[in-house]
Write a protein that binds this ligand. Structure first.
Ligand code: KIV
Ligand code: ZN
Length: 498
């Protein structure tokens, strides 16, 4: 069996389904180009029928990317496939990913159907997709909880119908590693035409076993794995690309290879985290802030004597750059452009000018500007097309005084001002804002986080508000955390006020 493992990245589809992580098309292109440079084989660019935004992103990513296969998701429905075919029209290499739920629970509750009818629908969808593209992947949704004998029948039928890849998702993240590996082996051993297709893993992390399950699948014969950068994805997420790439690279004993340029892992991880406003947990394997930080005395002593005592990966191999340049107010546009390039971000001259202006403003407030700050500046243009903008904010607070805030807001060019008190500076500022924007919004979640260390750091605010029965997500970033909080609140309002 060939030892090459195809890396199928679904950051822009399964990853992007996470509430609050949505990217616009320009940002998706930026991620897709970074994935191409990283060496992924297949990019799942979206689910075209789900929204005009997804449709457009698949079109634009297809134009922007050359080497990887561009994949579009569909249900086993002809209309979905028609729309996916249209969205893929500019892709140099294209794949349709179609499928249907195969577990008894999906068959009964989702489709009110029966096993035979599901096989018929699966076969029909694959045959239909093959009329338009040569590369068709079939997913058996909830395969993790699908009885192996029936799953083997489904897989055999769809390969006969023309599927080139068969995806065996552990949709609910339920399987144990040995169980998932045995499922893949069962298919290898019992599906007569299995040599005509590649078996793919697609594991969710609900019980923290996504990476272990993916490895178990690969060790038992799968040769494609579906992964996301930083393991982002629905609920507890998907298998993390960086973990699989580094397991395969570190374990020469398992004799598998990937096309991943591991030195691009860290910059890509930072870019995705920054664009999606999705922090990476500090102890995250491979890309977490502490992944290579040895703090206990015994470990430090060992590492100083010989690095291999406690370190199985050289941080440089994943692109962690100790000498990363810190930019300051004196750094020019060229230095900023260079650093962005190292981080995998290419900007147009116009966007670079805007980012440089923001950079200078930040450098006025913060002495050293690091990679996270730069990525934050180059990321989402959060206020450009906002209907409501923050003009000014002044807050007085401290011990023994009642916090008071006055605020100026620009609503589509019209200026408004208000003042209010509160039990703290953020409460006062938001109370003032509420006097202008009279909507009944309830803050459901509110987190303030610093990016690095130091009292001059940028505070990132994530906010979730409920308005009119819907949840909206907002983000703000500022060296002044009260301003960042108000920015996040205004970002939420802009999501429903057009
Ligand atoms: O988790 C899952 O089953 C999926 C399929 C749509 C591939 O994401
Ligand atoms: Zn999934």
């Amino acid at each position: 069996m060939d030892n090459k493992v195809y890396i199928f990245d679904t950051t822009l589809r399964d990853g992007e389904q996470v509430p609050g992580c949505q990217l616009n098309t320009v940002e998706k292109i930026q991620v897709a180009k970074a994935l191409e440079a990283l060496g992924v084989d297949i990019i799942e660019a979206g689910f075209p029928i789900s929204s005009p935004g997804d449709f457009n992103s698949v079109i634009e990513i297809s134009k922007a990317v050359t080497w990887p296969t561009i994949c579009a998701l569909t249900r086993a429905v002809e209309k979905d496939i028609d729309v996916a075919v249209d969205a893929l029209k500019y892709a140099k290499h294209k794949r349709i990913h179609t499928g249907i739920g195969t577990s008894d629970s999906h068959i009964k509750y989702k489709f009110n159907s029966n096993r035979e009818e599901i096989i018929e629908r699966a076969v029909k969808a694959v045959k239909y997709a093959r009329r338009f593209v040569d590369d068709v992947e079939f997913y058996a949704e909830d395969a993790g909880r699908t009885e192996n004998e029936y799953l083997a029948r489904v897989v055999e039928a769809v390969i006969k119908a023309g599927a080139t890849v068969v995806n065996i998702p552990d949709t609910t993240g339920y399987c144990l590693p040995a169980e998932y590996g045995a499922k893949i082996k069962y298919l290898v051993d019992h599906v007569d035409n299995i040599d005509k297709a590649i078996i793919s893993t697609h594991c969710h992390n609900d019980l923290g076993m996504a990476t272990a399950n993916t490895m178990s699948g690969l060790l038992n014969g799968a040769r494609q794995c579906e992964v996301t950068i930083n393991g982002i994805g629905e609920r507890a997420g998907n298998t993390a690309l960086e973990e699989i790439a580094m397991i395969i690279r570190s374990h020469s004993d398992i004799d598998l290879t990937t096309n991943i340029n591991t030195q691009k892992i860290y910059p890509t991880s930072r870019m995705v985290s920054s664009l999606m406003n999705m922090p990476v947990q500090p102890n995250k394997a491979i890309v977490g802030r502490n992944a290579f930080a040895h703090s206990s005395g015994i470990h430090q002593d060992g590492v100083l004597k010989n690095i291999t005592t406690y370190e199985i990966i050289d941080p440089h191999d994943v692109g962690i750059d100790d000498n990363s340049i810190v930019l300051t107010a004196r750094s020019g546009r060229a230095a900023l452009k260079h650093r962005l390039g190292v981080l995998g971000v290419q900007l147009t001259a116009e966007k670079l000018d805007t980012v440089y202006e923001e950079f200078l403003k930040l450098a006025d407030k913060k002495k050293d500007i690091n990679d996270d700050d730069i990525l934050m500046l180059a990321g989402a243009d959060r206020t450009g097309n906002h209907h409501i903008k923050l003009d000014f904010l002044q807050v007085t607070s401290g011990v023994g005084v009642r916090p008071v805030a006055s605020i100026g807001i620009d609503i589509a060019g019209e200026k408004f001002e208000a003042a209010a008190t509160g039990n703290g500076p953020v409460d006062a500022a938001i109370n003032a804002l509420k006097q202008i924007v009279k909507r009944h919004m309830i803050i459901k979640e509110f987190t303030i986080q610093s990016i690095n260390k130091g009292s001059d750091d940028i505070g990132k605010v994530h906010m979730q508000v409920e308005y009119d029965g819907h949840i909206y997500y907002g983000f703000g970033a500022n060296t002044d955390i009260v301003s960042a909080s108000v920015e996040a609140y205004i970002d939420c309002i802009n999501k429903f006020v057009k």
